[in-house]
Write a protein that binds this ligand. Structure first.
Ligand SMILES: CC(C)(COP(=O)(O)OP(=O)(O)OC[C@H]1O[C@@H](n2cnc3c(N)ncnc32)[C@H](O)[C@@H]1OP(=O)(O)O)[C@@H](O)C(=O)NCCC(=O)NCCS
Length: 191
């Protein structure tokens, strides 16, 4: 299937809201219980793009098939080289044909240019597809928090997986902002 990967823009908020929202009633993909409104997603896109890639995969007709974005692992300064990622394909997007892997590759390449070192995935422990997907990319499991969340009448755990994307020898430089890697002109076009 033909698709392109591009940076997200504010106007993608509704598509992202709808794609994520379709998973919210299911227990095994997200711990979100109520899907935030479209405005929250608009702000999420703008905030993410300050520091991290937010990428969209879309088909030839401009339909959003999936997305990936980064966020801070923890707020304290010493964690700043870590990125927690979120990757989601639409319910009706074709699976097992490499779209999420392609999103990952673009995402990780940009993060590496920015100077980030580790990508963390936090996965509900019953989400076999996501666990296998992470392992296929070379993520390794570093933690299992049993019964971390209660949703739809049951306690569920989460597994933490990590992948190193840069070398951690010597003192790291502060990660570059996204605009320093992709160019301010592109950024002003998308927002
Ligand atoms: C998990 C998800 C992102 C995978 O997307 P995808 O485009 O189908 O993944 P890819 O085609 O790039 O798969 C790459 C590899 O991951 C593994 N994999 C992906 N889906 C799998 C599944 N359902 N079962 C087992 N392995 C799977 C396989 O090793 C696969 O390679 P292969 O197809 O050659 O065997 C997608 O299923 C999804 O969006 N699920 C719902 C949302 C979600 O769970 N997001 C992650 C939250 S932590």
């Amino acid at each position: 299937m033909e698709y392109q990967i591009r940076l997200a823009k504010e106007a993608d908020a509704k598509a992202v809201h709808d794609i994520y929202g379709a998973y919210v009633p299911l227990d095994y993909v997200t711990f979100t219980v109520e899907n935030p409104d479209i405005e929250s997603y608009r702000r999420k896109i703008i905030t993410a793009l300050e520091k991290y890639p937010f990428l969209i995969a879309e088909d030839d007709e401009g339909k959003v098939l999936g997305y990936v974005y980064g966020s801070a692992l923890r707020p304290h300064d010493a964690y700043q080289w870590n990125v927690e990622w979120t990757i989601v394909l639409a319910h009706d997007a074709p699976k097992r044909c490499g779209i999420a892997t392609a999103l990952y590759r673009e995402f990780a390449a940009i993060l590496e240019k920015q100077g980030y070192r580790y990508i963390y995935g936090v996965i509900v422990d019953t989400n076999e597809a996501s666990l296998e997907f992470h392992k296929s990319l070379g993520f390794r499991e570093v933690g299992h928090f049993e019964n971390a969340g209660f949703k739809l009448g049951a306690w569920r755990g989460i597994r933490w997986l990590v992948k190193q994307i840069g070398t951690d020898d010597g003192e790291p430089k502060k990660p570059l902002r996204l605009s320093e890697v992709i160019g301010e002109s592109i950024r002003s076009e998308i927002l």
